[in-house]
Write a protein that binds this ligand. Sequence first.
Ligand SMILES: [Zn+2]
Length: 439
Amino acid sequence: MANSSLTPNASRRYRTGDQNWVREHNLSIVLNYIWEAGGPIARARLTEISGLNKSTIGSILTELQAWGYIKETGTSSVGPGRPGVMIDINPDAGRVIGAEIGVDFASVVLADLKANVLWQRTIETNGHDYSAKPNQDQVLAQTEALVVEAIAQVEAAGQRLLGISLGVPGLVDHATGTLLFAPNLGWSNVPLREMWQRFKVPVIVENEANAAALGEHMLGNARQVANFIHLSAGVGLGGGIVIDGKLYGGVGGYAGEIGHMTLAPDGQQCKCGNRGCWETLIGPTAIVNRVQQVAGEGRAPILMALPEVNGNIQAIRMKHVLEAAQRDEPAVLLVLDDVGRYLGIGIANLLNAFNPSLIVLGGMLSLAGPYILPRAQREVEARALAANRAGMQIVLSAFKSDACVMGCVSLIIREILNNPTAWRPDRVPNLRGEFAASS
Ligand SMILES: [Zn+2]
């Protein structure tokens, strides 16, 4: 298993560096610089930014190329002197699968090593019935079937599968890859990584909001941003807090459950057992419930006339709410404005606590952005300390509903960049369990 949580001696406080460690560390640093360049980078520039000497860079690049991670993409004649060799990540170094189990859907993407999506499928798993508890065995089987489909694509292309990452809406024990508790799914203690050992590649299980935050950090709108908070609204409301470039996990890795901050002490019952959580005020389920109430009072004729709703209040889903908002249904816009109010109040609290430079709205919040952001901005202006809102920006996720699966893709890529030796072709088997000859 190539996974950072299983690295030998990870519990030692300080790691001493022998020659091998220095070598592996330098391989990772150079690979990370190539990745961060976001496109071809000159070999001379790599030498410059890494601070390594020319011969060390030369042998590192030879090794990374032999393992298939990078490729030469020709020469560049910018500047004086000899044309320089240009180097880029080799997208065909292998394939990566990102998966998500949501409350009413499962989604799987297949990507290359540059995070280009090659194949994607999303299915409904629960008939959009948020009140029914999803059948665990059935949903897992449906999700696994999607992964098998993705793997078939990898096989057909004669490619190597480098890893699978799965995002879930609940607390995850990272050491074992077990889903401990998912209030909105009603599941507990599901040993997901153990179950997916059958795929014979490294499997990383992560909380969906954390995955989304890390994806936004590596691939999306929070690139190069050291301090930010990602708010992710699927059915519930999750958060990922990135501090100094690292996800803040807290003692047990469970930090970021900001959807369960109490904002209304005597408010609605939340699935976590508490009352008046932020999630019960701005989560998609809460939004749909409030719009259903408004519709029941006869105040949402445009919404009720939508073909998929057709007068049936129970048929109203978030997508219909957004459609009615787009058609300027006044009562729906009022509900969303109030959602913006509580969004802004919660963000003001987060700004005062963490002083981030960026808040990223993901999932349903990003889709509802135009209708909730103006009010949220006004609340932030009115409530956050001036020093904590100075220069701060609220932006929408680059990946919207795909934030989690893309985050999962980024988790595997990140592991590879940080430990390329563990993923070299003679260490990770192909799908038939065969290892490449040692290079
Ligand atoms: Zn709660």
